[in-house]
Design a protein around this ligand. Sequence first.
Ligand code: ATP
Ligand code: MG
Length: 367
Amino acid sequence: MIVRAIELDFWRNYLHLEASFSPTVNVICGDNAQGKTNLLEAVAYLSTASSHRARYDRELIQFGVDHAFLKAEVFSRQRDFTLEARLHRGQRRQLWSNGVKLRTAGELSGILTTVLFCPEDLNLIRAGAAERRRFLDECICQLRPRYAAALAEYRRLYEQKTRILRDWPDHPSLLDALDDFNLRMAQTGAILIHYRAHFIRKLAEYAPAVHRDFSGGREELSLRYETVKTVAHPEDPPKVLLPALLEHQETHRQAELDARQCLSGPHKDDLAVELDGVSAKQFASQGQTRTAALSLKLGAREIFFHDTGEWPVLLLDDVLSELDQRRQDFVLSRISGGQVFITCCEEEKAERLGDGRAFRIREGALV
Ligand code: ATP
Ligand code: MG
């Protein structure tokens, strides 16, 4: 997959930008706060219609302006695609692929897949389970539209069930609907667990291999899927998982009513990450944390490649600055193959990156 060119209007601090890119390495350099991350964010937005650092689309629109526009020329699956997104304050964003309006973000799936690594990804190791679920969801949604649909449905059911559990003491009749919600959440939840288990099995092959190379064979990364306790084999088909989920709900029924919260289901899943047999979250050093997080992302990139036959576009934000020479060289050799966008502050580093193109960004413009 290759982003040949991009056009931005009123995206973050860009008034207007038109740029065409190398199919190999693109180095985006510039001082702090000039728009390097904003450019990577624009590429990522066209793959999932969401941003890793904006909660609401309106944050992406330039201050004082009421709309933003993005367009990319993408080569994928041996075809050319024109992807467009239009954001409006107070309105839902609109997406087009080759001029055809898309109904959901899921329809973008498979056109432009991206893997982004940024400094905040240290949270993938350090923070709570929600960060790791988000990583899993982002990856699997890009690969499997059915998963994206199930996830959206599960979130909707979860919100409604949460409302029932919150309000039932004042409105006991709400409980009439609880069994129905439990059944639908278990059915949808079973789909999520099944897909997550398969993704994690593959990630548990690829990411440790990356980490082993990265650490010169000195450290062993291991991954384990933690889901609803009654599920013995999460990779089983959803139909087989369903009874275990219903059983878990049943034994937590009273606790849910007492706590007035959803306690049973894959919205509590985690991906346990260990280094040499101990929890990375609790014990990893700064460098180990960074390496482990990068290994997860590069592992996901390899899954995408094996799944689709094409390298996803790799977006590396501020990665090199934090690594020593040996690890920098390792990253640069590991990422050969697909298209890469890499941001950095110092220009001399850009020169070591070989045959790609370098771009200099100042105040939201190419110079
Ligand atoms: P660093 O090297 O520090 O990571 P950067 O080049 O990656 O810097 P960006 O994160 O891309 O910097 O941000 C550039 C600037 O964009 C910031 O000064 C920020 O205030 C500005 N900015 C962010 N959102 C908007 C917006 N909606 N409208 C206008 N400007 C914005
Ligand atoms: Mg930045």
